[in-house]
Design a protein around this ligand. Structure first.
Ligand SMILES: [Zn+2]
Length: 90
């Protein structure tokens, strides 16, 4: 029986050692003070501590997307709440 596409092995979390699981994540980037989100990015996510690892080829693709982000077709805009940390720290 021929195995269907083998999943990429993300290995173990470098923070806590838990096995990373492949998930689709929304990856946020700050570009010149503007928040940009790329949805459904395949990444290894740690179920224990939430650490995210993106493999090199995906990282390169994201970088190329961001490099031409001015010409990117934006699928939608979303509004995010912004809070200000107002408490004085002694
Ligand atoms: Zn972890």
């Amino acid at each position: 029986m021929k195995a269907s596409r083998v999943k990429y092995d993300y290995g173990d979390c470098h923070v806590c050692g838990e096995r990373l699981q492949e998930k689709r994540i929304d990856q946020e980037f700050w570009i010149k003070g503007k928040l940009l989100v790329i949805e459904k990015v395949p990444a290894g996510v740690c179920p224990q501590c939430g650490e995210r690892v993106v493999k090199a080829e995906i990282g390169g693709y994201l970088a190329s997307l961001l490099g031409k982000s001015n010409g990117l077709r934006k699928v939608r805009h979303m509004t995010v709440p912004v809070l200000r940390f107002a408490k004085q720290i002694a």
